[in-house]
Design a protein. Structure first.
Length: 327
């Protein structure tokens, strides 16, 4: 076995182990998360680059920030893993496993969305609004029970790709360093990708690059989520029909990919108008209201998320394993 093959196998095993750890434990609230370091770097870099470039060159400033944050997010874990490998492969494996565990967010997505489910089942609309406000960007104080449920289902559907399968794919391709690079791209979009006066120019490149990095993962996830609908006894045929019809009905080229599949699988209608920071945003609907949306659909969306994630891990894990054997 060559050194390259051994390294690839070690990284694959670390990825699988990290996925299992995340599924079992999620992110401990007491543990400092590396993404917070990325977020701090983005905030500091934004302040420095806005001053350095001035108001006339904000797009260039945002581009420089994107390159710097991505480079650091990749090179720092790469260097640490390389150093640990030289000491002992077990140390490298332990560190990469732990980082893969931190990069994935399946359990956190499940836990936070199920808090919404629990409040709804207790008929605590105020509590449900508060719980859903922790996982969505829209205003929630005036949402009905249906609106809260829909917001939770949409978040699970969209973040199946952004929070689980997309980072999982990048981890399988390039290990923890590439996983952290993806999280940096995603975090910059979350912090800077607003189409308002402050970030329209500065956040332009970070927002566009997030679209680029999520283009293939979102489509791969949509196809495998359709398969997951069949495997879980949901309406896979309708999921595929709605996906083909509604996957482009969103301002983002990627967000409606998994949301449309989920809407079809659950036989409900998602999306539509939403209020952000007090302003109404017009959006097209995804899916058909074959049945009214209900709290149980949050559980079903999570089931779709987990089965889709396992399919990604198994299918692309086998692909990587085959490549390892071929090297």
């Amino acid at each position: 076995m060559t050194a390259v093959t051994a390294s690839m196998l070690l990284s694959l095993t670390a990825c699988a182990a990290g996925f299992i750890l995340d599924s079992l434990f999620g992110d401990p609230v007491w543990l400092y998360h590396p993404v917070r370091l990325i977020g701090n770097g983005i905030s500091i870099g934004e302040r420095l680059l806005r001053k350095a470039f001035g108001e006339r060159h904000l797009k260039a400033a945002g581009g420089v920030l994107w390159v710097c944050i991505c480079a650091l997010s990749f090179l720092i874990p790469f260097g640490i893993l390389h150093a640990l490998q030289r000491i002992h492969p077990v140390l490298r494996f332990a560190a990469e496993t732990f980082w893969c565990y931190q990069i994935l967010a399946a359990r956190s997505l499940y836990t936070e969305s199920m808090k919404v489910y629990d409040r709804l089942k207790e008929h605590d609309l105020t509590g449900a609004r508060k719980a859903v406000s922790m996982i969505v960007g829209r205003d929630t104080e005036n949402l009905t029970e249906e609106g809260v449920t829909k917001a939770a289902v949409e978040t699970v559907a969209e973040n199946t790709s952004d929070g689980v399968t997309a980072p999982l794919l990048y981890l399988l391709i390039g290990g923890a360093p590439l996983g952290f690079l993806y999280k940096a791209v995603n975090t910059m979009d979350s912090m800077l990708g607003y189409k308002n006066e402050k970030y329209l120019h500065f956040g332009c490149i970070p927002a566009k690059m997030d679209d680029v990095f999520n283009y293939l993962p979102s489509r791969i996830t949509a196809v495998l989520m359709t398969a997951a609908a069949f495997l879980t006894g949901m309406d896979g045929k309708n999921a595929w029909r709605i996906y083909r019809r509604d996957r482009r009905k969103h301002a983002s080229p990627n967000s409606a990919q998994t949301e449309s599949v989920c809407a079809g699988a659950l036989s409900v209608r998602l999306a539509g108008d939403a209020v952000y920071f007090g302003k109404l945003h017009r959006k097209e609907y995804l899916g058909d209201a074959i049945k009214p949306i209900e709290p149980e659909d949050i559980k079903k969306a999570n089931r779709l998320m987990y089965v889709t994630s396992v399919l990604v891990l198994v299918i692309f894990g086998i692909v990587k394993l085959a490549l390892c054997m071929a090297v």
